[in-house]
Design a protein around this ligand. Structure first.
Ligand code: SF4
Length: 253
């Protein structure tokens, strides 16, 4: 089937491309078949953390209220269940610990420039969308920061993949501020640490190439083959109710 009609109307983002990388069938179900998406507890917990950090950095919440906000909003924000009860407790406790001990500064930032900025842009004529969590300035220059709810990286490759998102944001940041960032940060709030990476124009160009080549590959894909991964399929995939590879399959498609 030729999907050009739908793909031509699409705005592209890192998360769209990485969903294709994770599983072509997931991309097809979400973006071409418009299947109903379902949430999961890990994503909801991450969204709650993001939301509280966003309110703090945009001065809509005070530092001393953050742990109370977390406690108050947890049950309405995290409505799905974690796969194991020990995870439920561990995630809740970790979030509370993070916000109770948060000093108000991530690292050595001196100025907050941008919070949760949704942008649209064009990259080689392709419409691109993104949401930048945070841009700050420290003594070395601009820093793009992404709040990450995940734990330790599984590998160097995994970390490198996530840096692609920040490198793509850097094009927008350069257009807006007229300078490249000096550093890329992951605020790993589950781990309670900042993972810093010096910005590299060479790596950014490699990531732009990856992005454009991935779009090309999606256009050429005729058969969006499933790439099952047991834990991801059963607990994380947002279209798991529509895919027979998940134990949550209920057979709508
Ligand atoms: S359940 Fe697994 S195989 Fe099916 S779409 Fe989701 S990620 Fe792909």
């Amino acid at each position: 089937m030729d999907n050009s009609f739908f793909l031509d109307a699409m705005s592209w983002s890192y998360s769209r491309i990485s969903s294709f990388d994770q599983c072509p069938r997931m991309f097809d179900l979400i973006y071409l078949k418009c299947a109903d998406c379902v949430d999961n507890a890990f994503a909801q917990w991450g969204s709650l953390g993001h939301s509280i950090l966003e309110r703090y950095f945009s001065q809509k919440a005070d530092l001393w209220d953050l742990s109370q906000l977390y406690k108050r909003e947890y049950t309405t924000a995290v409505t799905e269940r974690f796969p194991y009860s020990r995870l439920e407790d561990s995630y809740y406790d970790r979030g509370l610990e993070y916000f109770e001990s948060f000093s108000g500064k991530l690292a050595d930032e001196k100025e907050i420039l941008m919070v949760e900025d949704r942008y649209t842009a064009a990259l080689s004529g392709v419409p691109v969308v993104g949401i930048v969590d945070l841009v700050v300035r420290n003594s070395s220059g601009l820093v793009i920061c992404d709040h990450k709810s995940r734990g330790k990286w599984k590998s160097k490759d995994e970390r490198r993949k996530y840096l692609r998102q920040l490198n793509l944001y850097s094009i927008y940041i350069h257009e807006k501020y007229g300078e490249w960032p000096k550093e890329l940060w992951f605020n790993k709030f589950r781990e309670g640490c900042i993972d810093r990476e010096p910005f590299s124009e060479i790596e950014m160009q490699a990531d732009i190439d990856w992005f454009m080549q991935s779009i090309d590959k999606i256009y050429k894909t005729k058969d969006f083959v499933a790439r099952p991964d047991r834990f991801f399929c059963d607990h994380l995939c947002s279209v798991r109710e529509d895919c027979e590879h998940s134990e949550s399959f209920i057979g709508r498609h």
